[in-house]
Design a binder for this molecule. Sequence first.
Ligand code: HEM
Length: 226
Amino acid sequence: MASSNFLTSSVGKKVVMGATGFFLISFLIIHVSINSLIFLDILDSNENGAAFNTGAYFMSHNWVVRVLEVGLFLGLLAHAVQGVKLTIENRSKRPVKYAVYDGNANSKWYSRSMGLLGSLILMFLVVHLANFWYPTKVALFEGHEHDTFQNIVSVFKNPILVVIYLVGVVSLCFHLMHGFQSAFRTFGLVHKKYTPMIISIGVGFSIVVCTLFALMPILVFAGLIS
Ligand code: HEM
Protein backbone atom coordinates (compact mmCIF):
# COMPACT_ATOMS: atom_id res chain seq x y z
CA MET A 1 0.00 0.00 0.00
CA ALA A 2 1.44 3.43 -0.96
CA SER A 3 2.13 5.58 2.11
CA SER A 4 -0.52 8.19 1.13
CA ASN A 5 -3.11 5.38 0.81
CA PHE A 6 -2.06 3.99 4.17
CA LEU A 7 -2.59 7.33 5.96
CA THR A 8 -6.09 7.71 4.51
CA SER A 9 -7.09 4.09 5.29
CA SER A 10 -9.00 3.34 8.52
CA VAL A 11 -5.96 1.56 10.00
CA GLY A 12 -3.67 4.44 8.93
CA LYS A 13 -5.97 6.99 10.60
CA LYS A 14 -5.97 4.96 13.83
CA VAL A 15 -2.15 4.75 13.75
CA VAL A 16 -1.96 8.56 13.36
CA MET A 17 -4.41 8.92 16.29
CA GLY A 18 -2.40 6.48 18.45
CA ALA A 19 1.04 7.95 17.64
CA THR A 20 -0.02 11.59 18.10
CA GLY A 21 -2.01 10.51 21.19
CA PHE A 22 1.15 9.06 22.82
CA PHE A 23 3.00 12.28 21.96
CA LEU A 24 0.23 14.46 23.46
CA ILE A 25 0.17 12.27 26.61
CA SER A 26 3.95 12.90 27.04
CA PHE A 27 3.29 16.64 26.68
CA LEU A 28 0.56 16.47 29.35
CA ILE A 29 2.95 14.74 31.80
CA ILE A 30 5.50 17.58 31.38
CA HIS A 31 2.79 20.29 31.44
CA VAL A 32 1.10 19.01 34.61
CA SER A 33 4.46 18.43 36.38
CA ILE A 34 5.73 21.98 35.75
CA ASN A 35 2.32 23.49 36.56
CA SER A 36 2.17 21.56 39.84
CA LEU A 37 5.01 23.77 41.12
CA ILE A 38 2.21 26.28 41.66
CA PHE A 39 1.05 24.21 44.67
CA LEU A 40 4.28 25.17 46.50
CA ASP A 41 2.61 28.54 46.99
CA ILE A 42 0.19 26.91 49.47
CA LEU A 43 3.10 25.60 51.59
CA ASP A 44 5.06 28.87 51.55
CA SER A 45 3.14 32.14 51.30
CA ASN A 46 6.37 34.03 50.44
CA GLU A 47 6.88 31.86 47.37
CA ASN A 48 4.75 34.06 45.08
CA GLY A 49 4.98 31.55 42.23
CA ALA A 50 8.82 31.81 42.04
CA ALA A 51 9.37 28.06 41.37
CA PHE A 52 6.45 27.94 38.94
CA ASN A 53 7.72 31.00 37.04
CA THR A 54 11.21 29.43 36.76
CA GLY A 55 9.63 26.35 35.12
CA ALA A 56 7.43 28.49 32.85
CA TYR A 57 10.45 30.63 31.87
CA PHE A 58 12.44 27.51 30.91
CA MET A 59 9.53 26.19 28.82
CA SER A 60 9.06 29.45 26.92
CA HIS A 61 12.77 30.30 26.37
CA ASN A 62 14.58 26.97 25.84
CA TRP A 63 15.13 26.51 22.08
CA VAL A 64 14.73 22.68 22.21
CA VAL A 65 11.31 23.18 23.82
CA ARG A 66 10.42 25.79 21.21
CA VAL A 67 11.23 23.37 18.37
CA LEU A 68 9.15 20.68 20.12
CA GLU A 69 6.35 23.26 20.38
CA VAL A 70 6.01 23.25 16.56
CA GLY A 71 5.74 19.42 16.68
CA LEU A 72 3.14 19.75 19.45
CA PHE A 73 0.87 22.00 17.39
CA LEU A 74 1.29 19.81 14.25
CA GLY A 75 0.57 16.70 16.35
CA LEU A 76 -2.50 18.34 17.87
CA LEU A 77 -3.75 19.34 14.42
CA ALA A 78 -3.18 15.85 12.94
CA HIS A 79 -4.90 14.25 15.97
CA ALA A 80 -7.94 16.56 15.65
CA VAL A 81 -8.28 16.23 11.83
CA GLN A 82 -7.96 12.43 11.83
CA GLY A 83 -10.34 12.26 14.82
CA VAL A 84 -13.04 14.18 12.94
CA LYS A 85 -12.54 11.95 9.86
CA LEU A 86 -12.75 8.73 11.94
CA THR A 87 -15.89 9.95 13.74
CA ILE A 88 -17.63 10.74 10.42
CA GLU A 89 -16.46 7.43 8.92
CA ASN A 90 -17.69 5.38 11.90
CA ARG A 91 -21.10 7.12 11.76
CA SER A 92 -21.58 6.57 8.03
CA LYS A 93 -20.73 2.85 8.43
CA ARG A 94 -23.77 2.49 10.73
CA PRO A 95 -26.46 4.74 9.20
CA VAL A 96 -29.34 2.83 10.82
CA LYS A 97 -29.29 2.64 14.60
CA TYR A 98 -29.89 -0.77 16.16
CA ALA A 99 -33.52 -1.27 17.24
CA VAL A 100 -32.44 -2.51 20.64
CA TYR A 101 -29.01 -1.27 21.60
CA ASP A 102 -27.59 -1.53 25.05
CA GLY A 103 -24.44 0.53 24.51
CA ASN A 104 -23.13 0.00 28.03
CA ALA A 105 -23.05 -3.77 27.52
CA ASN A 106 -20.44 -3.36 24.74
CA SER A 107 -18.58 -0.18 25.57
CA LYS A 108 -18.53 2.75 27.98
CA TRP A 109 -20.38 5.97 27.07
CA TYR A 110 -17.12 7.90 26.86
CA SER A 111 -15.60 5.40 24.39
CA ARG A 112 -18.59 6.13 22.13
CA SER A 113 -18.28 9.92 22.67
CA MET A 114 -14.63 10.51 21.74
CA GLY A 115 -15.62 12.96 18.95
CA LEU A 116 -17.78 15.04 21.31
CA LEU A 117 -15.16 15.00 24.09
CA GLY A 118 -12.40 15.91 21.61
CA SER A 119 -14.50 18.86 20.33
CA LEU A 120 -15.02 20.15 23.90
CA ILE A 121 -11.25 19.88 24.53
CA LEU A 122 -10.54 21.78 21.30
CA MET A 123 -12.94 24.59 22.33
CA PHE A 124 -11.27 24.68 25.76
CA LEU A 125 -7.83 24.88 24.09
CA VAL A 126 -8.82 27.96 22.05
CA VAL A 127 -9.74 29.79 25.30
CA HIS A 128 -6.68 28.33 27.06
CA LEU A 129 -4.14 29.41 24.44
CA ALA A 130 -5.70 32.90 24.33
CA ASN A 131 -5.38 33.13 28.16
CA PHE A 132 -1.79 31.92 28.51
CA TRP A 133 0.10 31.02 25.36
CA TYR A 134 -0.69 34.28 23.52
CA PRO A 135 0.38 36.72 26.32
CA THR A 136 3.63 34.72 26.81
CA LYS A 137 4.44 34.98 23.11
CA VAL A 138 3.60 38.71 23.00
CA ALA A 139 5.98 39.33 25.94
CA LEU A 140 8.68 37.22 24.25
CA PHE A 141 8.23 39.13 20.98
CA GLU A 142 8.31 42.52 22.73
CA GLY A 143 11.32 41.41 24.79
CA HIS A 144 9.94 41.93 28.31
CA GLU A 145 9.38 39.59 31.27
CA HIS A 146 6.02 37.88 31.65
CA ASP A 147 4.75 36.89 35.12
CA THR A 148 2.93 33.67 34.21
CA PHE A 149 2.00 33.06 37.86
CA GLN A 150 0.16 36.40 38.11
CA ASN A 151 -1.42 35.65 34.71
CA ILE A 152 -2.89 32.42 36.18
CA VAL A 153 -4.06 34.16 39.36
CA SER A 154 -5.91 36.87 37.39
CA VAL A 155 -7.49 34.41 34.87
CA PHE A 156 -8.89 32.14 37.60
CA LYS A 157 -10.55 35.01 39.46
CA ASN A 158 -13.17 34.87 36.72
CA PRO A 159 -15.83 32.22 37.63
CA ILE A 160 -16.89 31.76 33.98
CA LEU A 161 -13.32 30.87 33.01
CA VAL A 162 -13.07 28.52 36.02
CA VAL A 163 -16.18 26.67 34.76
CA ILE A 164 -14.80 26.52 31.18
CA TYR A 165 -11.54 25.05 32.54
CA LEU A 166 -13.36 22.46 34.64
CA VAL A 167 -15.51 21.36 31.68
CA GLY A 168 -12.31 21.12 29.57
CA VAL A 169 -10.44 19.11 32.19
CA VAL A 170 -13.35 16.70 32.88
CA SER A 171 -13.69 16.14 29.10
CA LEU A 172 -9.94 15.48 28.94
CA CYS A 173 -10.25 12.95 31.78
CA PHE A 174 -12.83 10.81 29.96
CA HIS A 175 -11.10 11.30 26.59
CA LEU A 176 -7.84 9.97 28.10
CA MET A 177 -9.54 7.07 29.91
CA HIS A 178 -10.47 5.62 26.52
CA GLY A 179 -7.59 7.07 24.47
CA PHE A 180 -4.79 5.70 26.68
CA GLN A 181 -5.71 2.02 26.31
CA SER A 182 -6.92 2.52 22.73
CA ALA A 183 -3.46 3.76 21.66
CA PHE A 184 -1.88 0.54 23.01
CA ARG A 185 -4.53 -1.53 21.21
CA THR A 186 -3.84 0.28 17.90
CA PHE A 187 -0.21 -0.81 18.07
CA GLY A 188 -1.23 -4.43 18.62
CA LEU A 189 -0.43 -4.48 22.35
CA VAL A 190 -3.41 -6.65 23.26
CA HIS A 191 -2.87 -9.37 25.85
CA LYS A 192 -5.20 -11.34 28.14
CA LYS A 193 -3.04 -10.55 31.17
CA TYR A 194 -1.63 -7.09 30.36
CA THR A 195 -4.63 -5.34 28.71
CA PRO A 196 -6.67 -5.07 31.99
CA MET A 197 -3.50 -3.67 33.62
CA ILE A 198 -3.07 -1.08 30.82
CA ILE A 199 -6.75 -0.09 31.19
CA SER A 200 -6.32 0.41 34.97
CA ILE A 201 -3.09 2.41 34.51
CA GLY A 202 -4.90 4.57 31.90
CA VAL A 203 -7.82 5.26 34.25
CA GLY A 204 -5.46 6.05 37.17
CA PHE A 205 -3.28 8.28 34.98
CA SER A 206 -6.32 10.20 33.63
CA ILE A 207 -7.72 10.78 37.13
CA VAL A 208 -4.38 11.95 38.64
CA VAL A 209 -3.47 14.29 35.74
CA CYS A 210 -6.95 15.82 35.48
CA THR A 211 -7.36 16.21 39.26
CA LEU A 212 -4.06 18.14 39.40
CA PHE A 213 -5.16 20.34 36.47
CA ALA A 214 -8.62 20.90 38.02
CA LEU A 215 -7.12 21.87 41.40
CA MET A 216 -5.31 24.85 39.81
CA PRO A 217 -8.40 26.94 38.93
CA ILE A 218 -10.27 25.70 42.03
CA LEU A 219 -7.52 26.63 44.53
CA VAL A 220 -6.81 30.00 42.88
CA PHE A 221 -10.53 30.84 42.83
CA ALA A 222 -10.81 29.77 46.50
CA GLY A 223 -7.98 32.22 47.32
CA LEU A 224 -5.58 29.49 48.52
CA ILE A 225 -3.09 30.38 45.77
CA SER A 226 -2.65 34.09 45.27
C1 HEM B 1 -6.18 23.71 34.09
C2 HEM B 1 -4.98 24.04 34.34
C3 HEM B 1 -3.98 24.53 33.32
C4 HEM B 1 -3.18 25.61 33.50
C5 HEM B 1 -3.12 26.50 34.73
C6 HEM B 1 -2.36 25.72 32.31
C7 HEM B 1 -1.41 26.72 32.11
C8 HEM B 1 -0.71 26.93 30.94
C9 HEM B 1 0.24 27.98 30.73
C10 HEM B 1 0.62 29.02 31.76
C11 HEM B 1 0.69 27.89 29.45
C12 HEM B 1 1.65 28.84 28.73
C13 HEM B 1 3.06 28.34 28.76
C14 HEM B 1 3.96 29.33 28.10
O1 HEM B 1 3.94 29.44 26.87
O2 HEM B 1 4.66 30.00 28.85
C15 HEM B 1 0.04 26.74 28.85
C16 HEM B 1 0.25 26.30 27.56
C17 HEM B 1 -0.42 25.24 26.99
N1 HEM B 1 -1.32 24.40 27.58
FE1 HEM B 1 -1.98 24.56 29.49
N2 HEM B 1 -2.69 24.73 31.42
C18 HEM B 1 -3.69 23.97 32.00
C19 HEM B 1 -4.30 22.87 31.42
C20 HEM B 1 -4.08 22.41 30.14
C21 HEM B 1 -4.72 21.26 29.56
C22 HEM B 1 -5.75 20.40 30.28
C23 HEM B 1 -4.25 21.14 28.28
C24 HEM B 1 -4.55 20.12 27.23
C25 HEM B 1 -5.70 19.54 27.05
C26 HEM B 1 -3.30 22.20 28.06
C27 HEM B 1 -2.63 22.44 26.89
C28 HEM B 1 -1.74 23.47 26.67
C29 HEM B 1 -1.06 23.70 25.41
C30 HEM B 1 -1.22 22.89 24.13
C31 HEM B 1 -0.22 24.80 25.61
C32 HEM B 1 0.75 25.44 24.62
C33 HEM B 1 2.09 24.82 24.86
C34 HEM B 1 3.19 25.55 24.15
O3 HEM B 1 3.34 25.32 22.98
O4 HEM B 1 3.87 26.32 24.80
N3 HEM B 1 -3.22 22.95 29.21
N4 HEM B 1 -0.81 26.17 29.78
